[in-house]
Ligand binder design. Structure first.
Ligand code: SF4
Length: 346
């Protein structure tokens, strides 16, 4: 029974070796098994063709491989693809492939749902069902990588943890998955191509700094005003902007890394010049890059996309303060694949 079996992707090479030795199997097989799991990303023990049938049976009697099955695939008119993945327990998560001329970005999930309840976000309405395992995170990347190659003949160049869930609330699994995505024993991608996006949990950001991470950090800021941010991001009540600023100063001092702020422009809520002034002020303590993001409706009438006039004025104000700022146009809106829209509706 699966419940009694263990997730083999949680085992280190040494642990696989010990398992083989204790079952009177040759220990050199451990590196072959490990290679099948992480480098050749097999989905079942049957695929391990250079391993004897008896060893494959032994492995499948004791372990399972946590892979995902694509449940639905939606292709946007702008070529963005959203996949809903069915997990072993029936839960659904979503991942998005965003191709462009010469690169492809995978936006992946870290949890089934999310319990932080940001009001503008469709995922926040689902509540949290559970954390994703290392294998479930890793296999989303594998599936999107194969899709990028098969459908658009593109290599996967970037990964962003901006799908469903708050990655820092699934810290160990997310970091282990990133380790394998960037390891030569796994997908061998540069950590500089990976961005973890968080609402900004000060304690966990300090932990990232102490763990000397090599990937990029992005903060979903959306307002630099304490009261305003708390109104639509309840997480701000217990993780204030002030505490976040202190954590980011610590992070920057320890890693030397620039911080990216993601800022959804919401009409009449956070898109005025006084809002831009507060944001510029907040950015004074560390080097930053600001991404202004076009909002996509999630059905809540309170939130609407900022007008082009306000967006341009906001952008120009930040530029006049010598800040690095980009406007990010949405992709995949017609299939609900854009920022904040992932909710596994299908
Ligand atoms: S924006 Fe992120 S943290 Fe907030 S509810 Fe949505 S998934 Fe959760």
């Amino acid at each position: 029974m699966k419940d009694e079996k263990r997730d083999i992707l949680l085992l280190s090479p040494e642990e696989i070796k010990q398992f083989l030795e204790s079952n009177k199997e040759k220990s050199f097989r451990a590196s072959q098994v490990y290679e099948w799991l992480w480098k050749k990303h097999c989905r079942s023990f049957e695929e391990m063709t250079n391993i004897s049938k008896s060893l494959r049976d032994l492995l499948s009697e004791n372990f399972f491989i946590q892979s995902l099955k694509p449940a639905t695939v939606q292709v946007s008119k702008d070529t963005t693809i959203k996949i809903a993945f069915r997990l072993f327990d029936g839960a659904l998560i979503e991942g998005v492939l965003i191709p462009s001329e010469d690169r492809a970005t995978a936006c992946i999930s870290s949890q089934v749902g999310c319990n932080l309840g940001c009001e503008f976000c469709a995922t926040g309405k689902l509540g949290l069902k559970r954390n994703l395992s290392v294998g479930e995170i890793y296999h989303q990347v594998v599936e999107l990588m194969l899709l990028a190659k098969g459908k658009y003949n593109l290599s996967l160049t970037n990964i962003v943890f901006m799908g469903m869930g708050e990655p820092l609330l699934n810290y160990n699994n997310v970091l282990k998955a990133i380790e394998m995505i960037s390891s030569d024993k796994g997908l061998g991608m540069s950590p500089q191509r990976i961005t973890l996006s968080t609402v900004g949990l000060p304690k966990m950001i300090k932990k990232l700094a102490d763990d000397s991470i090599k990937f990029h950090l992005a903060i979903s800021l959306h307002s630099a005003n304490e009261l305003k941010r708390s109104e639509f991001m309840p997480v701000n009540d217990t993780n204030s902007l002030q505490a976040l600023k202190e954590a980011l100063i610590y992070f920057n001092k320890k890693t030397g890394e620039r911080i990216t702020f993601e800022y959804l422009l919401l009409n009449g809520i956070n898109d005025s010049i006084p809002d831009a002034k507060e944001l510029a002020e907040y950015c004074k303590s560390f080097p930053v890059k600001i991404n202004l993001i076009e909002y996509n409706s999630t059905g809540n009438p309170k939130f609407n996309k900022s007008t082009s006039k306000n967006t341009d004025a906001f952008f120009s104000f930040l530029k006049s303060r010598n800040l690095i700022v980009n406007i990010r146009r949405s992709r995949g809106q017609d299939i609900d694949a854009a920022c904040g829209q992932l909710a596994a509706k299908k």
